[in-house]
Design a protein. Structure first.
Length: 255
């Protein structure tokens, strides 16, 4: 049952990889798609904006505000209402009347008024805070760039290590399969000789144990290949299978 499940898993995994890529291509994919590298790139961009923001502290800042005040119709009509005020003579007797409006006492009176304000601020001296802020922002940007370079080198090394380990395990898998087929054939010959009375039972058991050990070793290799491929995929962000590469070309890439 375990063997069947493992075989099904391997077939499913291998069916995903429709294409193969080289070592250089896999490293380039990782540099473009790896989540940790993308996070470091975002940190660099954020630091760049922080540095630009620090520069703007030397630039004059202009602001414009406008305020609108509107009086409701009832209040406006009441304030604009013209009343007749009696006029008295020197003898204290009313001699007539004159129009009066409370709105007229304050000059022009409008139902809607606008107030505009424009201001400009230019920092002159603040104890060196702007210079210090810019220097800190610049150092923070340099640190994020350094972190990005380190992360790219680390991811590239991990991708290359996994890539080569997968290829090595694939070669071991081929050798193990050949050895297992050879042991299986030899066991069959021993069993035939045992049936003919030419071999001892211990010889048969010895080859059965050897064949079972080789099957177990092959299963471990296959499990390790699946695990390494999964780790390798997470690093590069693509479902691709490492291609078989020429050792001479690999040596050139490493040098």
């Amino acid at each position: 049952m375990k063997k069947t499940m493992l075989l099904a898993t391997m077939l499913f995994t291998m069916s995903i990889f429709a294409e193969t890529i080289t070592l250089d291509e896999s490293i380039n994919f990782a540099l473009q798609n790896n989540k940790e590298i993308l996070a470091e790139q975002n940190a660099v961009q954020s630091a760049e904006w922080q540095q630009k923001s620090a520069i703007t502290n030397w630039i004059p800042k202009a602001s414009f505000n406008t305020v609108m005040v509107q009086i409701d119709g009832e209040t406006y009509d009441s304030a604009s209402e013209v009343m007749e005020i009696p006029v008295f003579g020197f003898d204290g007797m009313p001699i007539g009347s004159m129009p009066f409006s409370s709105a007229a006492m304050g000059g022009a009176f409008y139902q809607t008024t606008f107030t505009n304000k424009f201001s400009v601020q230019q920092p002159v001296f603040n104890g060196g805070k702007m210079i210090l802020g810019y220097q800190l922002a610049k150092l923070a940007k340099e640190q994020t760039i350094y972190n990005l370079q380190n992360k790219e080198n680390d991811i590239a090394f991990q991708v290359a290590s996994l890539y080569l380990n997968i290829l090595k395990l694939q070669d071991l898998q081929i050798l193990s399969e050949k050895s297992m087929r050879s042991s299986s054939l030899h066991l069959k010959q021993v069993e035939e000789k045992f049936s003919a009375g030419l071999m001892k039972k211990t010889d048969v058991l010895q080859w059965q144990v050897k064949l079972q050990n080789e099957k177990t070793a092959l299963q471990e290799i296959e499990n390790n290949i699946v695990t390494l491929i999964s780790m390798w995929q997470n690093l590069i962000g693509k479902n691709e299978l490492p291609a078989k590469i020429d050792v001479a070309k690999l040596n050139i890439q490493i040098s």
